[in-house]
Structure formats: C-alpha cells, structure tokens
Design a protein around this ligand. Structure first.
Ligand SMILES: *Cc1c(COP(=O)(O)O)cnc(C)c1O
Length: 369
C-alpha cells in the first residue's frame, strides 16, 4: 500500500469516515424538497433548490476524483451551460471545437450569439495553435466526440492563459480517472456524467469541477438562480455508478483497445480512430496526458448500408446513441448530420468479456464482404 490511497479508494470510503454508530453505510436518498426549519435561517438545509444531502454526497465523491470543488447538474449540457452563463457577457468571445459535441455549438448559436457573444470555432487537432486573442473562454474536448481527435491540453491552457482566457475542458470521453484537465491547467473540468461516470444508461446528469473559489461560486449561484437541480434519486444512481467506475473503465478501455486492433486489420474497414492505437496520429500526445484511452472507437465502413448492416448483425451491440454504459453500443453518426463519412460508426465498448466482444464484432464485419 502507498501512504496515500488512490482517489477511487478514498471515494469508496468517503462516507463511512464521517458516520456515527447506527447511521446508514449506504448513501441515503433524501427525497424531500423542504427541510425542518425553525426560527431564523442558519445555513442548515432548508429548500431543495439550495442543497440536498444526497446531491452533496455525490458532489463530495466526484470532488475526490477531480481534486476540486464540484457542482452537479441534471445533464451534461446543463453543466456546460452553467459555465457559459456564469462566465460569458455581451461583447465576449468564446472559442469552441468545430468537431466537438454538436449541441454546445447549438446552445451558443441559439442563446449567446443573439446576446452579442462572438463564437469562434477551430478543429480539436489545431486547438493549441488557435488564435485566442480577445477570448474570454476556450473550450477543449479531448478526445473529441465522435472523431476522437486529441489536443495537448496543457499547451492550450498555456496559450489561453497568455491571452487572458479561461479554459473549460469537456472530459466526458476520458473521465477524471483517465485524464485530469485541472492538473493540465484547465480552469473548469465539465462532464456529462450520463456516460461512463453513472455508467448504466439509466440517468442523465453532469458536473462542473473547479479549484477557483470565485468561478465555483459563479457556477453554483447560476444553478441556484436558474434551478438546474439534479434530483436526489438521480444523484443516487450517479453515486451507485461511481462506486464501480474504475473496474468498469478498466474493462471498457481494454475492450475498446482490443476492438480497435481487430477492426484495424479487417478488410471491410476503411479507417479507424482510437488514441490508444500505437499508429493513431494522436497516440503520442494522448499518452502524455491520459492514463487510459476511453471506451469509444470510431471506424469507417464502405457505405451507409454496410454500417447499418454491421450494427444490426452484431449480437453484442445495441443500436443506440451515447456511450459509457455497460452494454456495447454503436451508431452511424452521419444520421445526426455530423461531418463524417456515411459509413462512419461510433462504437462504444461496454463491459462484456473481451474475447466475446471481439469475436462478435469480427463476425459481423466478416458477413459484410
Ligand atoms: C453526451 C455529451 C454531452 C452532453 O451531455 P448530456 O448529459 O447528454 O446533456 C456533452 N459533451 C460530450 C462530450 C458528450 O458526450
């Protein structure tokens, strides 16, 4: 044993350290909107929009993984929105990836451009060389969803700092167990916890982490004013998922690597992206800043028909959007209008035994030719 246990060990034992005799070992679900409040308010719980012990329990756990203060939200988009709303003002400029999660650009176009915020875009691969002059906020998403481009987060943060900009890193595809954007210089780490963090495809949630007290206060204040509160049942599901995050990720990462290696050599596959592959163009920079390469593998088949046939023929794949769940899933991303080839498949590894998954994927590809 090392002197300081790992973050995941501290997460697992966090609650039991504060317990008195007779208290529940598991995190209780405090299903209440109101709390017993006599006399004058004194900082205790009083109303669900301002705080709930179940939500605070899971925020403390994620805080251990991030090494930061954490605010939870009812979705990843609400978490990202809270940073935009608490930081951006009319006249500001924000730089976001052109190949990152599409809904972020939709949110900025619908709500922020009409208020006088300038939105600049840049491909993830070029983020470290982007012109950040005059930017208030820079968003990085590495590896990006769905293309799996990687940028050097420390280099982006250095340039942003020199330009006077804050950096928000969307760390959904990696999770804090595989990549620590705050250590690399980002001001905010944001995640859709809907994916691997909760991990069972049964809840939407998200969080913002920051080590800056003023930025934390801005995000938390926005949540309270806007009422973007995650409910105690959903917070419990996230807590429940976090307890097995490390073992699930180990298997998902191993499955993603094995599948990427298997599809790379297959004649039905035109191209593969996975930052864990030794010959991936982003492998070296990914290795420097990641300790695991995540559950998503992207690959391109010859046509829409081949992609659809592969997804429906593979018995261990659910045809579904999203990733990070226990069941492997896949989808053809062009159906959402992503700037990818018609036969582009985003494959999300689940936790099936690796040999089963590789065999199922290989057989479904074999059936194409
Ligand atoms: C899914 C996702 C989001 C949005 O999260 P929701 O929980 O669906 O709101 C944001 N960023 C990335 C990278 C995602 O994959």
């Amino acid at each position: 044993m090392t002197d300081t246990p790992s973050a995941i060990s501290r997460l697992l034992h966090h609650r039991s350290q504060g317990l008195s005799k007779g208290e529940a070992v598991s995190l209780p679900i405090h299903a209440t909107s109101v709390f017993h409040l006599t006399g004058e308010p004194d900082g205790s719980h009083f109303y669900g929009r301002n705080g709930n012990p179940t939500v605070e329990g899971v925020e403390a756990e994620i805080g251990i993984l991030e090494g930061a203060d954490v605010v939870c939200f009812p979705s990843g988009m609400a978490a990202i929105a809270s940073v935009f709303y608490s930081v951006l003002r009319p006249g500001d400029t924000v730089l976001v990836p052109s190949d990152g999660y599409y809904n972020v650009r939709n949110l900025l176009a619908a709500q922020f451009e009409p208020m006088g915020v300038t939105v600049r875009i840049c491909p993830t691969a070029d983020m470290a060389e982007a012109d950040m002059t005059g930017c208030r906020l820079v968003l990085v998403e590495s590896p990006s969803n769905p293309g799996l481009a990687v940028c050097d987060i420390a280099e982006v943060a250095q340039h942003a700092k020199a330009a006077g900009a804050l950096v928000m890193a969307d760390n959904t595809t990696a999770t804090p167990l595989c990549q620590q954007p705050l250590d690399l210089g980002a001001d905010f780490s944001v995640l859709s916890d809907t994916k691997a963090m909760a991990g069972h495809s049964d809840v939407l949630c998200g969080h913002v982490a920051t080590r800056d007290a003023k930025l934390f206060d801005g995000v938390k204040t926005w949540r309270r004013l806007a009422g973007a509160i995650v409910g105690p049942f959903d917070a419990y599901l996230l807590h429940r998922g976090l307890e097995t995050l490390e073992v699930r990720l180990d298997r998902m990462n191993a499955n993603a690597l094995a599948v990427s290696e298997a599809v790379q050599g297959h004649k039905a596959v035109l191209a593969v992206s996975y930052p864990g592959l030794g010959n991936d163009p982003f492998h070296q920079v990914a290795r420097r800043q990641m300790s695991g390469f995540g559950p998503i593998v992207s690959f391109t088949l010859a046509s829409q028909a081949n992609a659809d046939a592969f997804i429906s023929a593979c018995p261990l794949l659910s045809p579904a959007t999203s990733f990070g769940g226990v069941h492997s899933s896949a989808e053809r991303r062009a159906r959402w209008g992503d700037a990818v080839p018609e036969g582009f498949v985003r494959f999300a590894a689940g936790i099936e035994p690796t040999a089963d998954l590789v065999a199922a994927v290989t057989q479904a590809l074999d059936a194409l030719s």
